[in-house]
Design a protein around this ligand. Structure first.
Ligand code: SF4
Length: 102
């Protein structure tokens, strides 16, 4: 999840910089249309598709695991907040010892 946010911010900074530079070179009437398309294609669409891929990849951990029913689990980041580690289908950071119901 952090990787999605990190690269989203990097793409945003680069895109805004390039759009800012291009403002003087493009005809103003079309600049907003081009800027909207560029922002969607370079920033929004990759974030949405990467987030969908992330949730699909971790679907079992989010919906049907020991951690998914624990109060220390943050399902938006698929993270055990107590151990600051990412549980997987095969790996539970506390091995069930610190599980507490939601
Ligand atoms: S405390 Fe244990 S059961 Fe609870 S989220 Fe963390 S690893 Fe999972």
């Amino acid at each position: 999840m952090g990787r999605i946010v990190y690269w989203g911010l990097i793409r945003t900074v680069i895109t805004v910089f390039l759009l800012w530079i291009s403002y003087d070179y493009l005809y103003n009437r079309y600049w907003w249309i081009i800027a909207g398309v560029v922002v969607y294609v370079i920033i929004i669409h990759p974030i949405v598709s990467q987030y969908k891929s992330f949730t699909k990849k971790n679907e079992t951990v989010i919906k049907d695991s020991l951690c998914s029913r624990c109060k220390h689990f943050d399902e938006t980041a698929v993270l055990c907040m107590k151990y600051d580690k990412h549980p997987t289908e095969d790996y539970i950071p506390c091995e069930g010892v610190d599980w507490e119901p939601k």
